[in-house]
Every structure is written in structure tokens, then in C-alpha cells.
Design a protein around this ligand. Structure first.
Ligand code: GUN
Ligand code: ZN
Length: 435
């Protein structure tokens, strides 16, 4: 039994980030038993009643729920920060040649260590991860996630056209390898007590897929109950035009997935920077999530995300770092960039407050992944998945936090200034993540 003593900030209510309410508890306490929060209240009360419990004193700084990244690429950690190219050129020149290197199991294991370390170091405790085109590399990813203790939903990335030869598969091979991986990792308990790894059916994007491959994806989704679906959609204008040429009988980009039964409440589509009204209606109607990846959208010049249109249509939106087109693992940076984009859109933008940003980076992601009963906030009954933000004493963030007049102001300053160097501790289900 442990009592965690700290200032806790979270956004436990609401299905959407917009208008989120911040809950702030100063000199408060959470009682954690077997990884689950069983009591929450003032330190003076809990500390006085449970004098035999261990005390984890995190008063210096802030404690937030572990962050939830709903779109991030494992094989791209070493090529993050290649600026100056639009999507299709960047894929050809940077991302896909690096992804081919994961054919080597040794290379993949090293990248998996760097990737999982990068997520944990940024305070991300739960992620929907784009895996690799190679099954051995996907094994390496899950192995490392399990060793460190993160919650990872991921799968074999599949494509059967429009990609370098080394990355291509066939619908039959994609099905067989995906099912074999799902048997090994879907809802697999590993060392811990409750399952932290799940399978995600992952066609790279319709630009790299035939109808036959998407049909095989549908079969995996059906044959692996509880599996997730993820891909890319409507990211850049050139990509959208190419997809329209490849699927002349599809109504639009979303339809290339939907007509194979791939758009539902367990689907997360990344980007959607240039959607039509019909696509937004469909995504909302089927309960799918859009993973908004603002630093990637800016780095590749993909466009300014129409958040207001998503919200007006009732489409669920969460946040993704999209490493390596995105410029780092920190969801604080993604939150800040999401805020910037809406500011720059002027009248068409949707102003985001600090609580909206925290919701986007935590509870919105938990809802997107169907894990909101377990993670995303620090209420009683949830797992103690958390990060301790304790900046170096003389850092600009420490100074700004010291001079914040309210919890909301402290949170705004956190999104403006925090990065992985300020994350002093990370826990999943009450256990410190292993480095
Ligand atoms: N579309 C297809 N593959 C990718 C990728 O790796 N990154 C991004 N941002 N978009 C993609
Ligand atoms: Zn991506």
C-alpha cells in the first residue's frame, strides 16, 4: 500500500476535450493498492488514517496522468527531424528507407529500446503505435514494451503496392503474419498482472494498399476480437489526389477503408487535415477517432487541422506525436502546437485552453483506445499511471510554475515550456517504468 502525496492535475470528465474542466488538488493524496487508486483526498486526512502505508512524496512539482499518444511510428525514431519535404517525398527519401532497415532483428531490437525509452521519457504511458512491416521487428517492439511496462497497442504494418519492394507483402501473408502476432501479443499479460499489449490492424495507408489487402485487414479485425484498427487518412493534397486515382470507384479517402468495414469505434485514423463533410459525418456516425498530429502537419506542410469542423460534426479527436514526421515524443509540444494552429486559423480556429490540452493528451486518448475505464485520469478505480513533472530548479519552467497564480496558469505554462527533461518519474499501474 502506498500513499502518493502531491499536487495532482487531471481532466476526469467529458467525452471531448473542448470545454474540459480542470481538476486540481493541492497537497492531496492518492492511496494506491496493487496499482489501482483506491482512495483520493486531502493529505491531512489520508495520511492521518493510513500511518502504516509507504509514502511517495512528490510535492516538489506536479503529478499528471500518464500521457496517451494515439499515433506514433516505432521504426522512425532515428530519422526524426528531417525537415523541408512534403509527405510523399519524405516517405521516399527518409522514412521508408529507414523502415527497411528493421528487416534486421538486431537493428529492430536496438530501435525498439530507443523508441520505448523515448515514449517513457516523455511521460507517455499508453500508445497506439505504428509497428513495422517486419513481424520480427513487431515482436521486438512488444517485447520491449512489456519489459519496460508501457501499455502498447500495435501491429504489423502492411502494404502491397506503391512502397519499396522490401516492404511489400501479399494479402495472404499479411493475414497469416498478423494472426500469428496477435496470438502472441493481443491482451497478453506478460510479467504484470493485467494485459498491457493489444493488437492493431495497420495498413500503412490506402495509397499503399489494394482492395484485396484491405479485405484481409477486415478478416484480421474480425478474427481477433478486441483488436484495434489504425491507418492514415487525408494527410496531404498530393496523397489524397493519388488515392482518388488508385480507387476510382471510392466516394472519398475514408470510403476506401469504410467499404471494407474498417471504420468503427475501434478505429483511429491519423491526420484528416483535408476532410469532406461526408467523411466527417461518417467518422462521427461510426464513432471513429481522428489522431491530430500537429507538429507533423507543420513539419511536412500538410496543412492546418480543421478542429472546429471535427468538433461541429461530433468526431472524436485525440493527440498523436507522429514521430518521426512529428518533431519529438512530447505530447506537451503537440498540445502547444495544436493550440498554435487554432490560434493561427483565426475565426475558423477553435481556441484551446490548458484543460482542453490536458484532456487531449490524456483522457481523449484513453477514450480513443477504449481504455478510459483504466487510464486517462487519476480518479478512484483507475490505475495509477502518472508522470511527475519536476523541472530543474533554475529552468524557465520552474520559474514560471513558481510564479503561476492558479492551477490553470501552471498547466498553460507546462504546455508552453515542458519537455522530456522535466519528467522526473513515470509510473504504470503503480510501478515505476523500467529504463
Ligand atoms: N502516411 C503513410 N505513411 C506515413 C508515415 O510514416 N508518416 C506520416 N506522417 N504519414 C504517412
Ligand atoms: Zn503517421
Amino acid at each position: 500500500m502506498t500513499i502518493v502525496r502531491a499536487t495532482f492535475l487531471d481532466t476526469p470528465t467529458g467525452e471531448t476535450a473542448m470545454g474540459a474542466e480542470l481538476r486540481a488538488a493541492t497537497d492531496a493524496a492518492l492511496r494506491v493498492v496493487d496499482g489501482t487508486i483506491v482512495e483520493r483526498g486531502a493529505w491531512a486526512d489520508l495520511g492521518g488514517r493510513h500511518t502504516d502505508d509507504d509514502v511517495l512524496d512528490l510535492r516538489d512539482g506536479l503529478v499528471l496522468p500518464g500521457l496517451v499518444d494515439t499515433h506514433v511510428h516505432y521504426p522512425q525514431v532515428r530519422v526524426t527531424g528531417a525537415l523541408g519535404m512534403p509527405l510523399l517525398e519524405w516517405l521516399d527519401a527518409v522514412a521508408l528507407p529507414e523502415e527497411a532497415r528493421l528487416a534486421s532483428p538486431d537493428y529492430a531490437r536496438a530501435v525498439a529500446r530507443e523508441f520505448i525509452g523515448g515514449l517513457a521519457g516523455a511521460g507517455t504511458t499508453t500508445a497506439l503505435v505504428f509497428g513495422s512491416h517486419f513481424a520480427t521487428a513487431v515482436d521486438a517492439l512488444f517485447d520491449e514494451a512489456q519489459r519496460v511496462g508501457l501499455r502498447v497497442t500495435a501491429g504489423l504494418v502492411v502494404g502491397d503496392r506503391g512502397l519499396p519492394e522490401a516492404l511489400l507483402t501479399t494479402p495472404e501473408r499479411a493475414y497469416a503474419e498478423s494472426i500469428a502476432l496477435a496470438r502472441r501479443w493481443h491482451q497478453s499479460a506478460g510479467a504484470g498482472s493485467s494485459p498491457r499489449t493489444r493488437y492493431a490492424v495497420t495498413p500503412r495507408f490506402s495509397y499503399g494498399a489494394t482492395d484485396a489487402l484491405l479485405e484481409s485487414c477486415q478478416a484480421v479485425l474480425k478474427d481477433v476480437p478486441g483488436s484495434w484498427f489504425t491507418s492514415h487518412v487525408n494527410e496531404s493534397q498530393a496523397e489524397i489526389a493519388a488515392v482518388a486515382r488508385l480507387f476510382p470507384d471510392a466516394t472519398d479517402y475514408v470510403d476506401t477503408y469504410d467499404r471494407h468495414g474498417l471504420v468503427g469505434a475501434s478505429s483511429v485514423l491519423a491526420h484528416n487535415v483535408h476532410p469532406t463533410d461526408r467523411e466527417l459525418r461518417l467518422l462521427a456516425g461510426q464513432g471513429a477517432t481522428v489522431a491530430h498530429c500537429p507538429t507533423s502537419n507543420a513539419a511536412l506542410g500538410s496543412g492546418l487541422f480543421p478542429l472546429r469542423a471535427h468538433v461541429d460534426h461530433g468526431v472524436h479527436v485525440a493527440l498523436g506525436s507522429d514521430v518521426g514526421a512529428g518533431t519529438g515524443f512530447s505530447l506537451f509540444k503537440e498540445g502547444l502546437q495544436a493550440y498554435f494552429v487554432q490560434q493561427l486559423l483565426g475565426e475558423a480556429g477553435l481556441p484551446l485552453g490548458p484543460a482542453d490540452l490536458l484532456h487531449l493528451a490524456t483522457r481523449s486518448g484513453a477514450l480513443a483506445l477504449g481504455l478510459d475505464d483504466e487510464v486517462g485520469d487519476l480518479s478512484v478505480g483507475k490505475a495509477f499511471d502518472a508522470l511527475w513533472l519536476r523541472p530543474a530548479e533554475t529552468s524557465p519552467l520552474a520559474l514560471a510554475l513558481r510564479h503561476a497564480d492558479s492551477a490553470s496558469e501552471a498547466l498553460a505554462r507546462t504546455f508552453a515550456l515542458a519537455g522530456p527533461a522535466d519528467v522526473a518519474g513515470v509510473w504504470v499501474a503503480g510501478e515505476p517504468v523500467k529504463s
